[in-house]
Design a protein around this ligand. Structure first.
Ligand SMILES: NC(=O)c1ccc[n+]([C@@H]2O[C@H](COP(=O)([O-])OP(=O)(O)OC[C@H]3O[C@@H](n4cnc5c(N)ncnc54)[C@H](OP(=O)(O)O)[C@@H]3O)[C@@H](O)[C@H]2O)c1
Length: 242
């Protein structure tokens, strides 16, 4: 049975990854920030086919990640989706696409920015490190860092949303630089953008449903070879400019 670990699985894109992989008979390690906030995940576990193991894992909590790695020691993981992520909705408007970004750096909440880096950059880095042996023991192992259109330096010339943009651009650099470390262990590591998706983060005006975004990302994953390691893809399979 193939196995997948998904971070941030309580809702949105992460929950949809769980739904689709469970339906396909995967052993799913569905990790979430707080089990007390994971009602939909628990409902999926009760109803869904396949095997869903719900595990509390705040990706910013080093001790918790270490404890989960200890618990899963020796268990192969074929696919890791570093999906957990956050955006600075608390410290200004509701979206880059609604003209509400505040471009004035003097108004920024730098503590919030740091928290976001902890979740979007250090979290995936910590998880990539903690589960490297599980992946190395997997079959055609792949790890995915969930990037974003907003993480592309090449396609950005728009002020605002600094914390999210810088965290995801740095995550792409993690994909490039840790890609070589992973490659030596036979693991493919890529960044993939799910596209603008209707979730709590993406909002109701987003262009894709979570179901379609996840299908797209999964299609990209299915076609990956080791030669793709360290690349940045869009969910439609196209290479994204860094
Ligand atoms: N939606 C889009 O349009 C879009 C576009 C490009 C990229 N993405 C990326 O795709 C991923 C999923 O996005 P989404 O739209 O599904 O977002 P979402 O609806 O806001 O869900 C985010 C998930 O991450 C979890 N999370 C946040 N902080 C965490 C932590 N410290 N530890 C573990 N889990 C944590 C949340 O759990 P709690 O609720 O318990 O905090 C939630 O399950 C993110 O990385 C996002 O940046 C999304």
């Amino acid at each position: 049975m193939r196995s997948v670990m998904i971070t941030g699985a309580s809702r949105g894109i992460g929950l949809e990854f769980v739904r689709q992989h469970a339906a396909d008979g995967y052993q799913v390690y569905a990790t979430c920030h707080k089990i007390s906030n994971a009602d939909r995940l628990q409902a999926l576990q009760a109803d869904g086919p396949g095997k869903i193991d719900i595990i509390e894992m705040d990706v910013t909590n080093a001790e918790q990640v270490k404890a989960v790695a200890e618990r899963l020691k020796g268990k192969p993981i074929d696919l890791l989706i570093n999906n957990a992520g956050s955006v600075e909705r608390v410290f200004y408007g509701s979206g880059a696409y609604e003209g509400k970004d505040d471009p004035d750096l003097r108004n920024y909440d730098f503590d919030g920015w740091l928290d976001l880096l902890k979740t979007n950059l250090l979290g995936p880095a910590r998880v990539c490190g903690a589960f490297v042996d599980n992946l190395a023991a997997g079959e055609r192992p792949v790890a995915v860092n969930m990037a974003s259109t907003l993480s592309s330096i090449a396609s950005t010339w728009q002020a605002g949303r600094y914390a999210y943009r810088t965290s995801k651009a740095a995550l792409n650099m993690l994909t490039r630089s840790a890609g070589e470390w992973y490659e030596k262990r036979g693991i493919i590591l890529v960044s993939i953008s799910p596209g603008w998706t209707r979730t709590e983060m993406g909002g109701p005006k987003a262009t894709s449903s979570a179901e379609d975004s996840v299908k797209g990302v999964r299609h990209v994953i299915a076609g990956l070879t080791m030669a793709d390691t360290g690349k940045f893809f869009n969910f439609n399979g196209q290479i994204f400019p860094w």
